[in-house]
Write a protein that binds this ligand. Structure first.
Ligand SMILES: *Cc1c(COP(=O)(O)O)cnc(C)c1O
Length: 461
């Protein structure tokens, strides 16, 4: 269908309620209409090429236009577009993917439960964790602990596990039996760069908030702790190296389950197959979605470690939970093709040993920019913290909206970089090359310069 941009925008505003959107504000402005993608780039309806440094929404890890994924979907649709696995049936795609995931997962994970998204999969986590403790004869263990500014999706349970205040303010959240602790975010607490020793000490302090919360709630009432290895939607908050091992120790001490939400960090983003491997944790459950199919079709799920799997399988009877699309054959076939491509191209090692360190260098150079208070990366995720005064790390006031101003310059200059408050974040496709990282860094610098000029003109400094 060929229409002009204005025609698309009018139909969009008339009928399409976008997620996480102020409908009226968008209708006044008009959506940007994205029409195609290839590699790390997308194009809009005006024909402008844009470097997609967010991989869509943290998911298009093998980039756009991968024929192998298209072929896998086509072939599976032709052979068996759908069948369920409720009534003691299965199909080759879901079985083969479960087998592959067990192979790629950290030791001890031999089972998978499928959903179609990260949110659904975290709903499964809540059901599964509570069921586990029922089976163990400790049904009072109901409470799951998440973190402020964590993101675990947008269903009732997902949004409750997450710690986004604006989400909790709508719809009566969190649901009962969810508690939160602070996030391991150095700059939320300190206006200094911090020495390595100070940051290490802060990691232990932040993990200690879990211990304190468990004591407050009573260890006998706590079912699980859930966290993202690196908080993505919260602004690419990279914890100190001391944090996750200490979280692990605390969970072990109280026997509570550890859930690693790897919807973003899974499948190579941090330079290992799973973020918990980068950060030294051994979770009981791993939530995955996004990158498992590189976003070509929806798929999510929970990797189930031995302790929970044994209880469910050997002593649990029927688990009263599942979705029509649990293990959807087309999604599973695409995931298999996607994971094969990641392996064939050795992308996880490439991120760990080549492009990840190269991005870190590029970000170290960007740290010189007068607007940048702090620059950091983990694998192929990066964050730039924009500050008013570089010497004292004095932040801009929220009324300035410095992040949104910078994002607007990016949008106008062929770059998708997202703003979370005053943090500018990226998570480019894992196929990005060194030359493309150079191009990315050049575009980022140009957009920072434009933002600085605007700040000077507008008297924000
Ligand atoms: C995106 C995300 C989710 C939610 O996934 P959806 O597919 O949007 O439901 C959950 N957890 C994390 C860490 C995410 O980044």
């Amino acid at each position: 269908m060929t229409r002009t941009t204005r025609e698309w925008q009018a139909a969009d505003a008339a009928h399409f309620l976008h997620p996480f959107t102020d409908f009226q504000a968008l209708a006044a402005k008009g959506s940007r209409i994205i029409t195609r993608g290839e590699g790390i780039h997308i194009w809009d309806s005006e024909g402008q090429q844009i470097l997609d440094a967010m991989s869509g929404l943290w998911c298009v890890n093998v980039g756009y236009g991968q024929q192998a994924l298209v072929d896998a979907a086509t072939e599976q649709m032709r052979t068996l577009p759908f069948y369920n696995s409720f009534f003691q049936t299965a199909h080759p795609a879901a079985i083969a993917l479960a087998e592959t995931l067990a192979e790629l997962a950290p030791p001890g994970f031999q089972h998978v439960f499928y959903g179609s998204s990260g949110s659904e999969s975290n709903d499964t986590v809540v059901r599964m964790v509570r069921r586990y403790w029922d089976i163990q004869g400790q049904p009072q263990r109901q409470i799951l602990i998440g973190r402020h500014n964590g993101y675990h999706g947008s269903t009732m349970a997902g949004a409750s596990l997450g710690g986004m205040a604006a989400m909790h303010a709508q719809g009566g959240l969190p649901i009962p039996g969810i508690a939160h602790i602070g996030q391991p975010h150095w700059h939320e607490h300190h206006r200094t760069p911090g020495t390595p020793e100070e940051r290490a000490a802060f990691g232990l302090e932040a993990a200690g908030w879990l211990e304190a919360k468990i004591q407050e709630l009573g260890p006998e009432n706590v079912a699980a702790f859930i966290g993202e290895p690196v908080q993505g939607a919260g602004g690419v908050i990279i914890p100190p190296a001391t944090y996750w091992p200490e979280i692990q120790r605390i969970c072990d001490r109280h026997g509570i389950l550890l859930v690693s939400d790897e919807v973003i960090c899974g499948f190579g983003r941090t330079g290992q197959w799973f973020g918990c491997q980068t950060f030294g944790a051994k979770p009981d459950l791993i939530t995955f979605a996004k990158g498992v199919t590189s976003g070509y079709v929806p798929l999510g799920g929970v990797l189930v470690g031995e302790r929970v799997a044994r209880a469910l399988i050997e002593r649990g009877g029927e688990f009263e939970h599942g979705y029509t699309y649990s293990g959807h054959p087309v999604a599973c076939a695409v995931a298999l093709a996607n994971l094969r491509l990641i392996r064939e191209r050795d992308l996880v090692r490439q991120v760990r040993e080549d492009t990840g360190p190269y991005l870190a260098q590029a970000y170290a150079a960007l740290a010189d920019h007068p607007l940048v208070g702090h620059a950091e990366t983990c694998g192929l995720m990066g964050a730039l913290w924009l500050v008013r005064d570089k010497a004292t790390l004095q932040p801009f006031g929220p009324e300035v909206g410095i992040g949104m101003a910078c994002r607007a310059h990016c949008f106008g200059n062929g770059l998708i970089m997202r703003a979370v408050g005053d943090r500018m974040i990226i998570a480019p496709p894992l196929i990005i090359t060194r030359a493309q990282i150079d191009e990315l860094a050049a575009r980022i610098r140009r957009c920072l310069d434009l933002t600085l000029e605007q700040a000077q003109r507008s008297g924000w400094l």
